[in-house]
Design a protein around this ligand. Sequence first.
Ligand SMILES: Cc1ncc(COP(=O)(O)O)c(C=O)c1O
Length: 401
Amino acid sequence: MQISVLFVIYGITVRLAVTMSKKNDLSPETLNAQALHHSNAETGALSPGIHPSSTYVRDENYELVDPRHSYGRAENPGYLVAENVLAELEGGAAALLFSSGTAAAMAVVQTLRPGDRIAAPKIMYWGLRKWFAKFCDQWGLGLDLFDAADPGALEKTVIKGKTKLVWIETPCNPSWDIIDIAAAAEIAHAADARLAVDSTVATPVLTQPIKHGADIVVHSATKYLNGHCDIIAGAVVTAKQDELWERISELRTDNGAILGSFEAFLLQRGMRTLFLRVRKACESAQKFAQHFDGHAGIEAVIYPGLQSHPGHKIAGQQMNRGFGGMLCIQVKGGAEEALEIVKRCNVFTRATSFGGVESLVEHRYSIEGEGSPVPRDWRRLSMGIESVDDLIADFEQAIDL
Ligand SMILES: Cc1ncc(COP(=O)(O)O)c(C=O)c1O
């Protein structure tokens, strides 16, 4: 009997080992396209199900049928595919989906206690910057902003024993400043702080912050992860399943910051093509940036893929496969002309957000409003998957007076 039990255990061990070695041999593109070779063990369905149930039944002994599922504000079986794939792509220990990128970021910040301080870039996603500025004071948190374009600024900003969270974005939206993740991790850890990286713009296709020392990775899954501008979603990935992670997980439940079941389905579906979309967006952004760099009607092209970009070298070290699909163009003629050019675009769609299959153009200052640190004569472009020649021609006609 003992031998047969041992045999069964041995059999399982061998099977797992084979699965692991196969997984380790596969490229992230393959793992992602196949959602870790997902299929439903009971039905054979290749595509994961949508689980709208708000509650889960108990058997005649009052035991949950599946102990992982009790009530829909804690989690949803439909999250598992996207969470497992994202954790794998990021090289993390676990991932959690949230109702939005903002909700994901909030859960990380809400792990802090009154008196703790956050170090964050002066230019970063404006919604979070606004939230930090508004609520840190109210909640008894300190906020110290640093210039992401200055490589020495973070070290001077972090206060040992007080700074508990170093929050970075790289590339920073929308200045596209590049922050050295490994250096930021070293600074954060030397001060006993955690490093959280908002990697929405880079995606795990281009950068895996955990490999460079980050503790937490945050995504607005609304953007590239989903890729089709049809959901609002967020995600947090952790390097370790520690106390911080437990708290983040509790906060999702406590805040009710859960993603809808249909949105979870759309997210895992959109993620299957992440590598193709991001690769195409990077190629187009690079070609577009090179075309307009030095162009007669253009003052400056802000894109980390250009050698002239101050963060180009670090970007090359921590970004694989490309420099991202986002760039800004500063045209000659000032703020008014910047807005007029946006109005004259016909192929680019005029809309905020980014990371979808269709290319978007926006006048960032108008979106952020009075007090925005973004120069008024910048246009932010999100490259989609259309023909880049059509996009170049569209921008040419828009600037050609
Ligand atoms: C870099 C970045 N992080 C976070 C967010 C917030 O994400 P969401 O709109 O999904 O709440 C955004 C939104 O634009 C963003 O650009």
